[in-house]
Design a protein around this ligand. Structure first.
Ligand code: TEU
Length: 545
């Protein structure tokens, strides 16, 4: 049976703290800035805010490298500011989800410093530190951010494992003490009033004991030698259950796993109602067409989206719950990937929003997505800040790739596209100072002020969909029934009891014919004319009963 829960009904909104709102003119967003924009979010219909990391950090990976789990980064504010933000959210009936990054910590975390300084330290076992020779890393694993997954520490004569940047040291979940410290820390945040967590790369936390070499064939196919030893490791489910039981065994607390490359079946093992692990996971298969990666420049074919969701909605059934999302801080804008031509921007943004708010699952918006924001027009490599992009550029250059090609490839996939400042008005409105990241987010044309109150805008389309979903249990809990149609058209119904909706979408850039809705249907929303052939990328939503 389908279980009801607040997080299934809620609309989530991801805030990237560096780039949402600056309150003190240093060019870096902050907690006071976010607080000042809560009424905007409330007005949009947002129920819960997911905050990317705001913890103390040397910012090697934009805060996903945590130096102190119980401290706020000075540029973002103080714990008092965070308490004020929590209070501000709760006053408005909204909730706060924090990013929990516990696959790794910063190399500047006190645990790591002690582990490195003293072989007999109890913290030695918190990480994967291996004695050895400077030329021979302990195994052949590769980092997601280029190069080997091992860093040599000459001062201690040890290698340290890092699946991400060389300042993000993997934590050893095999250590009972380490796990207990994580549980303590999570409980401490719960007591501060936090309503849930987004668990960063949480499917990577269990590694095959002994850290054996990765299979070279898998490595050649994926680019990430070693991943079969940690993507779905031997103790993953045990660790997740311990976390749930000891840190957030409470229906008020939501746990969302970020789980790259996990697929439907393994995902279900983490979110099943009877599993006692997580409530939802982020899966990423729908973000690229099959055979493509984020760093390929190509036009995304929306027929893949139809196939993907048709399969997943059926597969998940009633005992599992999906997250629905397109943009986040790790990916370019979906609108730009589908069709970069500006004349199609509004229609594509509305189509994607329609999918997000009418399929079964919990929608997660990323800041700017509600405006139909597009990729940043970066012109040179030195405008980029993201460690992944910079490492990749260096790696490509080192293997002889010409500079133009290096830039083109990095530009296609750089995570900085979505990290540029939020566009509040035609002059930006993010800061009175100089933004930390080059790029204006296209704010002269695309911004909150110009769209608010304009019925034809992408922003008002989002507001209307969110309001409709809030009052329609069928759009939240209803079953998803896909109708037969040509491949360029996607038609599905959502039904619960007597309440029923029909969604009709044109997945292509040319007009498309489709059967009319049943007699008596009431047209609620249309991004085109709403009658006759569908305009390019047109989305229509009907109430049937
Ligand atoms: O991302 C994990 C992840 O797998 C990616 O999507 C990542 O951006 C990259 O594509 C790997 O090739 C999470 C965070 O969301 C990301 O910002 C962090 O950089 C990363 O974990 C490490 O903490």
């Amino acid at each position: 049976p389908l279980r009801e829960a607040w997080f299934k009904e809620a609309v989530f909104y991801q805030v990237y703290p560096c780039s949402f709102q600056d309150s003190d003119g240093d060019g870096i967003g902050d907690l006071r800035g976010i607080l000042s924009r809560l009424d905007y979010l409330k007005g949009l219909g947002v129920d819960a805010l997911w905050l990317s990391p705001i913890y103390d950090s040397p910012m090697d990976d934009m805060g996903y490298d945590i130096r102190d789990y119980r401290k706020v980064l000075a540029e973002f504010g103080t714990l008092d500011d965070l308490d004020a933000l929590i209070a501000g959210l709760h006053e408005r009936g909204m909730r706060l989800v924090m990013d929990l990054v516990v696959n790794h910590s910063s190399d500047e975390h006190a645990w790591f410093r002690e582990a490195l300084a003293d072989p007999d330290s109890p913290y030695r076992d918190y990480y994967f530190l291996r004695e050895g020779e400077p030329d021979t890393p302990p195994n052949n694993w590769r980092s997601f951010f280029s190069g080997p997954a091992w860093r040599w520490f000459p001062e201690a004569g040890v290698w340290g494992l890092h699946l991400f940047s060389s300042k993000q040291m993997d934590l050893n979940w095999g250590s009972e003490r380490m796990r207990a410290d994580v549980v303590d820390m999570v409980r401490w945040w719960r007591e501060r009033g936090v309503d849930g967590f987004r668990l960063d790369v949480i499917n990577l936390i269990s590694k095959t004991p002994g850290l054996p070499d990765g299979n070279e064939t898998i490595g050649a196919l994926t680019g990430f030698t070693g991943l079969e030893h940690y993507f779905h490791g031997p103790r993953l489910h045990e660790h997740l259950r311990q976390l749930r039981a000891e840190a957030f065994d409470d229906p008020d607390c939501v746990a969302i796993g970020e789980t790259p490359a996990i697929g439907a079946q393994m995902g279900k093992l983490m979110v099943g109602d009877d599993r006692g692990e997580l409530d939802m996971v982020f899966n990423f298969e729908h973000l690229e067409n099959p055979g493509r990666t984020r760093f390929d420049a190509y036009r995304y074919d929306l027929r893949h989206l139809k196939r993907y969701y048709t399969r997943w909605q059926a597969d998940y059934g009633d005992g599992y719950w999906m997250s629905l999302f397109f943009d986040n801080h790790d990916n370019p804008r979906m609108v730009s990937k589908v069709d970069p031509r500006s004349e199609h921007r509004v229609a594509v943004a509305k189509l994607l929003a329609t999918v997000m708010f009418t399929l079964r699952g919990t929608p997660f918006l990323y800041q700017g997505q509600e405006l139909g924001a597009v990729d940043q027009r970066f012109v040179a490599l030195d405008e980029l800040r993201d460690v992944e992009s910079l490492n990749l550029a260096a790696e490509l250059a080192a293997t002889g790739t010409p500079p133009d090609e290096v830039f083109a490839r990095v530009l296609a996939g750089t995570r900085d596209h979505t990290r540029v400042p939020m566009a509040w008005d035609a002059s930006g409105g993010f800061t009175t100072g100089v933004p930390w990241l080059a790029g204006d987010g296209g704010h002269a044309e695309i911004n909150v002020a110009s769209q608010e109150g304009d019925a034809a805008s992408v922003l008002e389309w989002h507001r209307a969909l969110i309001a409709l979903r809030r009052d329609s249990p069928a759009l939240v809990y209803g079953e998803t029934l896909v109708e037969r149609s040509g491949s360029r058209v996607w038609r599905y119904r959502r039904r619960r009891g007597a309440e029923e909706y029909l969604v009709v979408l044109n997945l292509g850039d040319r007009p498309a014919r489709t059967a009319p809705p049943p007699a008596g249907a009431e047209l609620l929303l249309a991004s085109g004319s709403g009658t006759g052939s569908l305009a390019p990328y047109e989305a229509r939503l009907w109430r049937l009963g």
